[in-house]
Design a protein around this ligand. Structure first.
Ligand code: PMP
Length: 415
């Protein structure tokens, strides 16, 4: 066979690492063309919540594809989108009364930033500065990169990235520094503050306390700075509650959701906003409308999958599965935490993380060795530098979880 022409994301093809061909997936398992069963310990980049190829989501996709596959969404609508929007409004905080569809986490963030700027264009055009949290990650499009941490990922694109105000990460014990810096930046008249609530994912699985999130929200409210919660990763139960914001008992002005919105089966995203943000774009002036769209906005097949996801949340014991996975991860993490090479063992909800050896960055020399170690053991784990994290589908079974933690322990011994 001729070599594949595919250029893979976040892959250095020059290293010649094997790229397995996956033919089937079910629950927490992936099956490859050479007959291996791989445990998906990171939910295929954090998307798969109820397990791969959940029968209800598969059926919904199949049925919808036969009826209405795609329709322009500017000026048209369809029942799956209406049902998802209504379902989201029932489940999410009542203040978030408007639902804007897009296709990925990154686009949901771009939409959030544009909504914030649109709001300020109507109220005070001088306010356009965006505040961000150190180590944040919000996607790989230009705007999303601009509000994320600068580093090796985006050095080449730096000239295209817009300037932001960065607030230090709330390191345990030094939270007041973060709050003071945020207060200072807000007092200068920022437009919005974007955060990953409770967990900074791609930046290294850094956790911080709900009380800090609550304080940050309160500071923004005091200065009228719009608070954007990027729950693309943390939403849909990942941190133990439907939203991470729920643990701090806060409501953002703008909320980004994707990944688990369809149970992880098919791309879809929403940006939810409060009424004043919608109203800033409302009127008879066509120049004020919200200028954002993509070809597949609110694709009916994706919306049907999202509707099935909402039904699963209603009718299956999802919260119990999340609580069980959290407890089962904790037992194994506690065991591992006593290993002399394990540092910073931590867990929130279904996400467990730890560092192997000393602190190093994303390009740590340990990372490729860890990756190979897990690959050889038929495990899908993708460390961030020397940070190993486990974020499986909620249905993962004990035997698979044991394999995952056994391999991490072995890695600590031999890498
Ligand atoms: N925001 C956060 C918090 C994320 O974790 C991610 C993806 N990992 C994104 C945005 C971007 O989502 P996508 O890859 O779907 O564009």
């Amino acid at each position: 066979m001729s070599p594949s022409p595919i250029w893979h994301p976040f892959t250095q093809h020059g290293l010649g690492e094997p790229i397995p061909l996956v033919t089937r997936a079910e629950g927490a398992a992936l099956y490859t063309s050479d007959g291996r069963r791989i445990v998906d310990a990171i939910s295929s980049w954090w998307v798969t919540t109820h397990g791969h190829s959940h029968p209800r989501i598969v059926a919904a996709i199949r049925e919808q594809a036969e009826v209405l596959d795609q329709i322009i969404f500017a000026g048209w609508t369809h029942e799956p989108a209406e049902a998802v929007a209504r379902g989201l409004c029932e489940r999410m905080p009542a203040e978030l009364s408007r639902v804007f569809f897009s296709d990925s986490g990154s686009t949901s963030v771009e939409v959030a930033l544009k909504m914030a700027l649109g709001y300020w264009r109507a109220h005070d055009p001088k306010r356009h500065r965006i505040l961000v949290l150190e180590h944040g990650y919000h996607g790989d499009t230009i705007g999303a990169m601009s509000v994320g941490a600068r580093g090796v990922f985006n050095r080449a694109y730096e000239p295209l990235l817009f300037d932001v105000g960065t607030v230090p990460f709330p390191v345990a014990g030094q939270e007041q520094d973060t709050l003071d810096a945020l207060e200072h930046a807000c007092a200068d008249g920022a437009a919005a503050f974007i955060v990953e609530p409770l967990v900074l994912g791609a930046g290294g699985m850094h956790f911080y306390a709900p009380a800090v999130l609550r304080e940050m929200r309160a500071i923004c409210a005091r200065y009228g700075v719009l608070f954007i919660a990027d729950e693309v990763m943390t939403g849909w139960g990942r941190t133990g509650t439907l939203l991470a914001c729920d643990q701090a008992d806060i409501v953002p002005d703008i909320l980004c959701l994707s990944k688990g919105l369809t149970g992880g089966a098919i791309p879809l995203a929403v940006t939810m906003a409060t009424e004043p943000i919608f109203e800033a774009h409302y009127g008879s002036d066509r120049a004020r409308m919200f200028f954002h769209s993509s070809s597949y906005t609110a694709n009916p097949i994706a919306c049907a999958a999202a509707r099935a996801n909402l039904a699963i949340w209603d009718e299956e014991p999802v919260q119990e599965r999340i609580a069980s996975l959290a407890a089962r991860q904790q037992v194994r993490l506690d065991r591992l935490a006593t290993h002399p090479r394990v540092h910073g063992a931590r867990r929130i909800g279904t996400i467990a993380a730890l560092e192997v050896g000393g602190g190093e960055g994303y390009l740590s020399a340990v990372a490729p060795r860890l990756l190979a170690h897990f690959r050889e053991r038929d495990l899908l784990l993708r460390p961030l530098g020397n940070t190993v994290y486990v974020m499986p589908p909620y249905c993962i079974e004990d035997a698979d979880l044991d394999r995952v933690y056994g391999a991490i322990e072995e890695a600590c011994d031999c890498i």
